[in-house]
Design a binder for this molecule. Structure first.
Ligand code: CP3
Length: 354
């Protein structure tokens, strides 16, 4: 494999010294970029982008052509796993994801297969190896998956939800059924992420987008426990390099100490916590990724630079910080403002690494 030309993202995750703070953005390939919208129109729809490795590669690289990002993220979706379990994922324009089949009884859950990464999700593995070849060592490639709890909410609700009423009712009415679903998802996600790592993903992130909707006790039992199980089953070294694991629980700020104990290398932070305080709380156990409020990108360049400067100052000196947004970039952001953000991170962070 080609040697990495820019490895500061991997180095920061492992708390090794870096020259400047590395930066990437969740959802960096997406609708705020006109070239993404053009590729999606050419492919026909979102799922055709995901299922065709050439298209997935094309859109993965688009933000890297525009900005000096320090990592690429596989273009795909967390819902490919429930799709491969037979639920039939589709997207209704303007409505978000939907499933043809949902899961509501213990019998439904017992019938769910554990997908085979190569056979059932081979298009994702092909996308990973195609992207690695095209990147040619420019920056590392991040693979990803949803957390079992986050995937379970979509499978039980049949799509996005504001209140998670069916999935939370199942959790309290029939915890045994919910545990079986989460256990099957943990097995599926472990195999899926290991497949991505073997295909060439150099770091992996688990998106626990809806863990923060749970009570403190339910978070431990129904979300964190299964992420811990996944982390313990992942391939942690491949091709002579460590493969860092990032856990991102949106809304998990109250539980950072226990998330830091789950065995991952880094925690993703949303914008509701102060990153300096988070650093003091987790100590030297893990690196931190985050955490600018994505809506700051609607403000003017001076305000964006000020916010970057505040977050860098709050984290302070030394490695262990990967700059990111606290959640995905939104479709209405002006691409020029994303450029201001990324350049500000590199320019203003050098003094913290002397
Ligand atoms: O970060 C990246 O650039 C990689 C690509 C990526 C996508 N989805 C592409 C996508 C990643 C990492 C995801 C993860 C994902 N998908 C999550 C977890 C991250 C988070 O935001 O918390 C979730 C919850 C999903 C499920 C999902 N997929 C939803 C709710 C939607 C609709 C969202 C919307 O804004 O309409 C999707 C579709 C989706 N996934 C799009 C993209 C670029 C938009 C599809 C389009 O082109 O219309």
């Amino acid at each position: 494999m080609t040697a990495l030309k820019n490895d500061r993202f991997l180095r920061a995750l492992l708390k090794q010294p870096v020259d400047v703070t590395p930066v990437w953005m969740m959802r960096q390939a997406g609708r705020y970029l006109p070239e993404y919208r053009a590729s999606r129109a050419k492919a026909g729809d979102f799922m055709s982008l995901c299922k065709n490795p050439a298209f997935a590669c094309e859109v993965t690289l688009q933000p890297l052509e525009r900005y000096p990002l320090d990592a690429a993220i596989l273009f795909s979706d967390i819902l490919t796993v429930p799709d491969a379990m037979g639920l039939g994922l589709y997207f209704e324009t303007g409505e978000g994801p939907r499933f043809k089949k949902t899961v509501s009884t213990l019998a439904d859950i017992e019938a769910l297969p554990i997908p085979d990464a190569q056979q059932d999700l081979g298009y994702v593995m092909d996308a990973v190896s195609t992207i690695r070849r095209e990147l040619n060592g420019r920056v590392p490639l991040i693979g990803f998956s949803g957390s079992p709890w986050t995937l379970a909410t979509y499978m039980v609700e049949g799509g996005s939800s504001k209140d998670f009423r069916k999935s939370k009712a199942m959790l309290y009415d029939n915890p045994q059924a919910m545990h079986l679903l989460l256990d099957k998802l943990a097995q599926s996600v472990t195999a899926y992420l290991n497949g991505q790592i073997l295909a060439g993903a150099q770091a992996v992130q688990i998106f626990d987008s809806w863990g923060g909707s749970l009570s403190a006790a339910a978070y431990q039992e129904f979300s964190l426990a299964y992420m811990r199980k996944i982390v313990s089953g992942l391939i942690r070294e491949h091709d002579g390099r460590k493969v860092p694991v990032i856990l991102f629980t949106k809304g998990g700020g109250l539980w950072l100490e226990s998330i830091a104990d789950a065995g991952a290398d880094a925690l993703g932070l949303d914008w509701t916590c102060d990153i300096g305080e988070a650093r003091r709380r987790v100590g030297s156990k893990v690196a931190l990724q985050g955490n600018m409020d994505p809506t700051v990108l609607y403000a003017n360049p001076q305000a964006i630079r000020q916010e970057v400067s505040n977050i860098l100052a709050s984290y302070g000196s030394g490695t262990g910080h990967v700059f990111n947004l606290g959640h995905g970039i939104t479709p209405e952001v002006d691409p020029a403002n994303a450029g201001v953000f990324i350049e500000a991170v590199h320019e203003m962070s050098a003094k913290y690494h002397q």
